[in-house]
Every structure is written in C-alpha cells, then in structure tokens.
Write a protein that binds this ligand. Structure first.
Ligand code: PLP
Length: 433
C-alpha cells in the first residue's frame, strides 16, 4: 500500500534500450546478473552516477546500494578522484611500462593489508584469482584446491564449481564449456563448517584453501571467528596455503580488509573493486617468499597489457586516501547497521521471516529464518518474495542488487537522510509483498 503521494517510476526508455541491447549482446548485458533475470522485470539503464545516487535514462533518481558492485565505497564519481584521474589522463591512458603510481598504490596496499608483503596488479578480480591459483600450485607443487559452496572467485574454469552469485542466480549448477579436467582438482567444502574442510585437506595434495572471508556472493554471510581461525590452523597442519579472496571485502569491511576485521592472517590475498576506485583492477599479494615466484622475479608466468594502468592506479590511490582517514569504517558500519536493523524491523512488523547482517560497508538480508551460515541456508530464502521486494523498492527509487544471492554495498556518500528515506520506503514495500 504505497503512500498516496508517491509516484511510481516507469522505465520506457530503459526498456527500449534493453530491447535493442538483447539483439546486440547475449542477454543484452556485459555481465549476467545485470539482466535482472532472478527478480523478473527488465534492467534499468543508467545515464550517470554521483555520490549515493544513480540516474537512469528515463530521468529517475535512485539511492544506490550496488555501488557498481563494490568499488564506489567513497561514493560514485567523487570530485577529487575525477580531478586526479583527469590529470593522469592528460599524460596518457596507458604506458605499458613502469609508472610511479604503481609504487604508490602498492605501498598503500602493503601498509594496509596484514598478509601482503608484495603485490601484483591485474585488470580484474578474475585475473587476480587465476594468478593466485597458479602461484599456490607453483609454490606447493600440489594440484588440488578447496573452495566453498556459494563462494565466487571470478569466472576462470577451475573456480566455476558451486560458485554462487550469478551462476546460482541463473540456476546453473556449473557452466557448460568448462572441461571436467579443469574442475576435477577443485573440491568444495561447506562454509562455517571446519569439519568439512578437514575431510578434504586430510586427503592431501591440496595447494590452496580459498574463501571469501565474508561471503558476498551467496547473499551476505558472515564467518565465525572460530571458522576463520580453524581454516588457518588446518592450513598450517596440512601445508596448504590459506587464501582470502578479498576482491569484495578488501578495504570495505575494514581498511585492512576482513583479515584485519577478524584478526586472522592468510598466506595470500586477492583484491579488486575498491583498490581501483571504479576503474578496471585486480591484485594478488602475500608473503614475500611466495610472491618471489611470480615472473620475472621467479618462474610462475602471469602478465597483462593494461596491468598497473595509470588511470586505475590513480583512482585507487585517491579512493584509499579518503578511506584511510580515521573513523571511515566505523561510519560505514554504523550506516550498514542502521539500514539492516531497520529493514529487519519492518520485515518483522509485517510478519515476514527475515535475517540479515553487516560488516563495515557490506550488508545483506534474506527472506527466511536465520541464522544463514552457508550456501544451503541461503538457498532456502524466499526468492519470489525477494523479487516482489526488489521491484517495489526499485519503482520507489531504491536500487538494490537484483538477486537474493548478492550483498549490498554502503558508501561514505550515503547520508542519514538517504537511509531514513530507504527505510520509510522499505516499510511501505514490506507491507505489500
Ligand atoms: N572474487 C570475488 C569475491 C568477487 O566478488 C568477484 C566479483 O564480484 C570476483 C572475485 C571477480 O572479480 P571481477 O568481476 O573483477 O573479475
């Protein structure tokens, strides 16, 4: 029962552009989850973004909790970031040669992230995870990896096993085209279940245990501290490298990532999103003795034409400068808490089963009874109700990730007023779904 004064959004121009896009690109998008398949309806075509807001081609304004899937942690199109990127751009868009900006961002990452003593930049999180995997295999001379059901580590063949997120959203068990030979060495354990990890590690030959240290690709799932510490202890016991995939959590749940938030240090870390400030980026880093294997310091080959690109380095540096100021992650966490607590209160008041959580600038909730501790729990949430919730929020100006299997992202640009408006609308929508 929407407020009588509220005019619901319409999306005719978005629909027109998306209809054309479907003829030009598979599913009309450059990345599957953008197509809104799991929530029904048709995606919104953005015209521009600024601060906490996104503006679509029909002239509608949204409070945006997707934040370009994580990078926009200080808000979209920050003036200072844009100014510095423009200055860098005047010197050229890509060097394909060393540039001092790489040193600057590398120092910032090494200073911030406890496990990282050296870093290699890539162009995406997928590339970072691919490089990291090869590195772990090279270092240990072992072949198998253990990942968790519902954790996503990019779209490389070896990781497309029970990969959550877009894959789960589309109901694909695994992707066709991935050779069995690529996934036969990938074993899957259950998140927050240390026993399931030991079962696999004790079989031997496991190069790496890789996890999202807070899951964002099965919806938002927090680990217990004991689980992360248990993974650390088991890796030490079996000589397996512990890898935190912090592509999403890095610099988001805390300045030093989830490893700083929980006080558990992995051997190797992958990063992306925030460290590129909205430009294409990824990175992997870890102990010096491990990173020394990466070419040309060592024999493990991995490369990239645009890696360490000056534009991405600049956007990353300026974003981290803002984030590093004291109290920023407390602000993010307080805002995430206010939003999630408010949504859960509205859900409860309207008789919906719901559970949720937050860490720093990352949050989520499910339409089911809690606790949700692993992918199987997340899969029990009411996806149809989520679809109705999503559509109701969208047509009232709140842009949420179009899948129950995705986390939400808070930014420093979100004001109290944004959150209060979101909660007022959440109350209206919870009453009608
Ligand atoms: N790892 C995690 C935890 C992610 O969330 C993602 C993307 O969402 C990736 C890896 C892949 O990163 P990219 O999309 O930049 O390739």
């Amino acid at each position: 029962l929407s407020a009588p004064t509220r005019t619901l959004y319409t999306y005719s121009e978005s629909a027109r552009i998306f209809t054309e896009a479907k003829e030009l690109m598979p599913g009309g998008v450059s990345s599957p989850v953008r197509a809104f398949k799991s929530v029904g309806g048709s995606p919104i075509v953005f015209d521009r973004v600024k601060g906490s807001k996104a503006y679509d081609v029909d002239g509608n304004t949204y409070i945006d909790y997707v934040g370009t899937w994580g990078p926009a942690i200080i808000g979209h199109a920050d003036d200072k970031v844009l100014e510095e990127v423009k200055k860098t751009m005047d010197k050229g868009t890509s060097f394909g040669a060393p540039c001092v900006l790489e040193n600057e961002l590398a120092k910032m990452v090494i200073d911030a992230v406890p496990s990282v003593e050296m870093v290699r930049f890539t162009n995406s999180g997928t590339e970072a995870c691919m490089g990291m995997l090869r590195l772990c295999r090279a270092y240990t001379s072992r072949e198998k990896i253990v990942k968790f059901e519902g954790c996503y580590h990019g779209h490389a063949d070896s990781f497309l096993v029970q990969a959550g997120s877009g894959v789960a959203t589309l109901g694909l068990p695994d992707s066709p085209g991935v050779p069995a030979s690529s996934t036969k060495s990938t074993l899957c354990a259950t998140y927050n279940d240390v026993g399931s990890v030991e079962e696999l590690l004790k079989e031997g030959d496991v190069a790496a245990l890789i996890l999202e240290p807070v899951v964002g690709n099965s919806g938002f799932i927090k680990p217990t501290k004991e689980f992360l510490q248990g993974c650390r202890d088991l890796c030490d016991k079996y000589g397996t490298l512990l890898v935190f995939d912090e592509v999403m959590t890095g610099f988001r749940v805390a300045y030093g990532g989830a490893q700083a938030y929980f006080g558990v240090t992995p051997d190797v870390t992958t990063m992306g999103k925030v460290i590129g400030g909205g430009m294409p980026v990824g990175a992997y880093g870890g102990r010096r003795d491990i990173m020394d294997l990466v070419a040309p310091a060592g024999p493990m080959y991995q490369a990239g034409t645009l890696s360490g690109n000056p534009l991405a380095m600049t956007a990353g540096i300026e974003t981290l400068k803002v984030l590093k100021q004291p109290g920023q992650h407390d602000k993010l966490e307080a805002a995430s808490k206010k939003l999630v607590d408010g949504i859960l209160a509205h859900a409860k008041a309207n008789g919906h089963a719901a559970t949720g959580g937050y860490a720093g600038g990352m949050f989520g909730f499910f339409f089911c009874e809690g606790p949700v501790t692993c992918f199987a729990d997340a899969a029990k949430a009411d996806m149809e109700k989520f679809g109705r919730w999503h559509a109701g929020m969208l047509e009232r100006g709140i842009y949420l990730a179009p899948s129950s299997y995705e986390a939400g992202f808070m930014s420093l640009a979100h004001t109290d007023e944004d959150i209060e408006k979101t909660l007022e609308i959440a109350g209206e929508v919870m009453a009608m779904i």
